[in-house]
Design a protein around this ligand. Structure first.
Ligand code: EPU
Length: 421
């Protein structure tokens, strides 16, 4: 299994381009199924999850033409409504295929999707199931085989209230309702920028969606939609992670091709704790700051502080002056990695499964680490860059799932990260 070996304390400087957002492209690929026309997607990040999603399209009978960061998808010949369970089980976002297949073909079979091990149980899909039922679908579950079979001759517009705010849940029901008969109103929706980008694309193809980016989304069903071109929006989590990395390592790094508005919750904290930076419409210039204050966070749905930046931020706080309370509210199992930071010398007190207190600043020392999930993996890279000595990170498959060639890109800034088998 490949691992990263990071030699810490190297001076970092220079420019880095942010790639297309994983959590945007993973929704736009399945949306290709809603139309029989070809869709062209540009600015695709070259990461594991994207490859799996495109393979899933091919396993259904779709044709994918790839040229670097661009892909054209033709789903006109799809004749299969069963998601290959071995492939679908490997990534959580395979759940995004269910709605479009159901909406176009009237039935879909799939097994419970996998992905990062961070949520309750095995990351529930109850909201999706409940939503499909609200749209008039009949759901059967084969417990022995762990297989769902969902059918609906014609989906019917409905009113649906999300009892828990869910990003993929909002996206799934929004895209499924596009081809339903009549009006659907979704309430207590997630408001992430990826949702608005998806709605804008669907509207450009003839869908009638309003309110995306607010808690109430309405969709007037249409008989069919066309397809067009979609440029994947910049990855706000990658941009935020690099901004944190620069701040934590006291480095002058210019972050290009990003949208600073999408990480306002982080930049707002930088302003409060004394981290210096400048920003423009699509760039952030991080400035050297050798001393900054501790500041607590409570993760929240957008536009609040993203759970996906919680672990990089916790590493950052080990270098801050004072104590900060880190409160993870979205997932049940997303703070377990702090044990590894403590082994590196961080002063962290675990209050309960959702809260830790970080006391800084502390010196970090290199250790052998295992990346438990994608975002904690990025946090470990940052810790490795700060630490004295050679840090080894195992299970980097989890990191490559979401960050394109992160070792090579950070090495261009002066990092010394080696990928070894
Ligand atoms: N939830 C349910 N039932 C459901 C769905 C979700 O109880 O049917 C719960 C979850 O267990 C969680 C909460 O609702 O406690 C919110 O989760 P949400 O559904 O919003 O998460 P998601 O849509 O599965 C997306 C991103 C995650 C990101 C979260 C929160 C994608 C593919 N994934 O997940 O990204 O953490 O929103 O912003 O868009 C990552 O990129 O590392 C990642 C995990």
């Amino acid at each position: 299994m490949p691992k990263y070996i990071i030699l810490g304390k190297q001076p970092l400087a220079g420019e880095i381009d942010i790639k297309g957002a994983k959590n945007s492209v993973l929704k736009i690929i399945p949306v290709a199924i809603l139309s029989t026309q070809k869709i062209k997607i540009t600015n695709i990040p070259e990461i594991e999850d994207t490859e799996k999603s495109l393979s899933l399209i091919e396993s259904l009978g779709g044709i994918v033409t790839r040229d670097g960061n661009t892909a054209t998808i033709d789903t006109s010949k799809i004749n299969n409504t069963e998601l290959k369970s071995d492939l679908a089980k490997k990534f959580r976002a395979s759940i995004m295929f269910v709605g479009p297949i159901l909406a176009r073909f009237g039935e879909v079979k799939f097994s419970h999707p996998g992905g990062c091990v961070i949520g309750a149980g095995s990351r529930p899909i109850d909201l999706f199931i409940e939503g499909f039922e609200a749209l008039g679908a009949k759901v059967e579950y084969n417990e022995d085989e762990g297989f769902y079979h969902i059918q609906a001759e014609k989906l019917i517009g409905c009113d649906y209230f999300f009892s828990t705010i869910s990003v993929t849940g909002t996206e799934a029901l929004m895209m499924t309702a596009v081809l339903a008969k009549g009006k659907t109103t979704l309430k207590n929706c997630a408001m992430e920028p990826e949702i608005e980008a998806l709605a804008n694309y669907l509207n450009s193809c003839g869908a009638k969606i309003s309110g995306a980016g607010t808690p109430i989304i309405t969709i007037e069903g249409v008989d069919k939609i066309s397809a067009g071109e979609f440029e994947v929006i910049p990855d706000r989590i990658e941009a935020g992670s690099i901004a944190i990395l620069a701040a934590a390592t006291n480095s002058e790094i210019r972050i290009n091709k990003c949208n600073p508005d999408h990480i306002e919750s982080l930049l707002n904290i930088f302003d409060k704790i004394g981290i210096k930076y400048e920003k423009g419409a699509d760039w952030i210039q991080m400035k050297k700051t050798d001393k900054f204050l501790a500041y607590g966070i409570k993760t929240h749905e957008y536009p609040g502080f993203p759970t996906d930046l919680q672990s990089p931020y916790t590493v950052f706080m080990t270098q801050a002056q004072g104590s900060s309370l880190i409160h993870e509210t979205i997932y049940d199992r997303r703070l377990f990695y702090v044990d590894m930071l403590s082994q590196m010398g961080a002063d962290i007190t675990i209050c309960d499964p959702h809260r830790v207190v970080v006391n800084g600043p502390t010196k970090l020392y290199a250790k052998k680490l295992i990346s438990p999930d994608l975002r904690a993996g990025m946090a470990m890279i940052i810790a490795g860059l700060i630490a004295e000595g050679e840090t080894e990170i195992d299970n980097i498959y989890q990191i490559d799932r979401g960050y394109e060639k992160i070792d090579e890109r950070l090495n261009k800034l002066g990092a010394k990260i080696q990928k070894v088998d």
